[in-house]
Ligand binder design. Structure first.
Ligand SMILES: Nc1ncnc2c1ncn2[C@@H]1O[C@H](COP(=O)(O)OP(=O)(O)OP(=O)(O)O)[C@@H](O)[C@H]1O
Length: 226
């Protein structure tokens, strides 16, 4: 199923290098997703396909259901109806950083890496390498609570990316990033794409959309409420 099959609540456009290439393997597929919170029918028949090596953006007004859809894709929230299928490894970077204030970045890398079978030195080397690619060099032994807001967000992002997942779900991942870090972030996402990795990103930065392969516009909150 292609994004162009999406229901009326959403607008989907697909462009870029994978346009029309249905031979590219599908990494994530969500079909006819509905989500109701009581009387609030947030998602109404949303379809989403992310293929290998694609960057797909979810856009739309505050409250239209972007984070809800991403949490459903991540398996953290159950849809009222609909199906999500995921092929290959996936990681999720939440909008709010879930850091432990008294642990350093290195300790976060070791802890999260251990959860995925990485030894301490491998996890710390990988974390530090990712930090460099986001223009964060130094401060790896500073407690997270003493890092700046933008740097905490980088740590949040790096923890999701630590195991180099095939599909990365990013919920507004660059809040607090300075301009250079923002540019580095997109360069890093495009390097992932070149390596055949897929990224699904919620963004309000519409000037970034020329860099993505497909856009899923969930529209307005009014549409979700109707
Ligand atoms: N756990 C919940 N219980 C009840 N309602 C919820 C819950 N989570 C989200 N909602 C509601 O669902 C709607 C969509 O919320 P969601 O956070 O997905 O929107 P969003 O598009 O990501 O918004 P934003 O751009 O502000 O981050 C909102 O009306 C919100 O109040």
């Amino acid at each position: 199923m292609d994004l162009s099959d999406s229901a009326s609540q959403v607008t989907a456009t697909r462009h870029g290098p994978t346009e029309g290439d249905s031979s590219t393997p599908i990494r994530l597929h969500a079909a006819d997703i509905h989500k109701r919170y009581g009387k609030n029918h947030v998602l109404k028949g949303v379809d989403l396909t992310v293929r290998a090596g694609e960057v797909v953006a979810i856009i739309g007004a505050n409250g239209c259901g972007k984070s809800t859809l991403m949490k459903i894709c991540a398996g953290l929230v159950s849809p009222s109806s609909g199906v999500v299928e995921v092929d290959e490894s996936m990681a999720y970077c939440p909008q709010q950083a879930g850091l432990m204030g008294f642990l350093t970045a290195d300790e976060h890398f070791a802890l999260f890496g251990a959860g995925h079978g990485m030894d301490r030195s491998e996890a710390q080397a990988t974390g530090r390498q990712l930090a460099k690619s986001l223009a964060w060099d130094g401060g790896m032994t500073t407690q997270a609570r003493h890092l700046s807001g933008g740097t905490q967000q980088k740590l949040n992002l790096i923890l999701a990316a630590l195991t180099d997942p095939d599909i990365l779900l990013l919920d507004e991942p660059y809040q607090g990033f300075d301009r250079g870090s923002y540019i580095d972030f997109w360069d890093w996402v495009l390097q992932r794409r070149d390596a055949g990795k897929s990224t699904l990103v919620i963004t309000h930065m519409l000037n970034s959309l020329d860099r993505v392969d497909a856009v899923l516009d969930l529209g307005t909150k009014a549409a979700a409420d109707s």
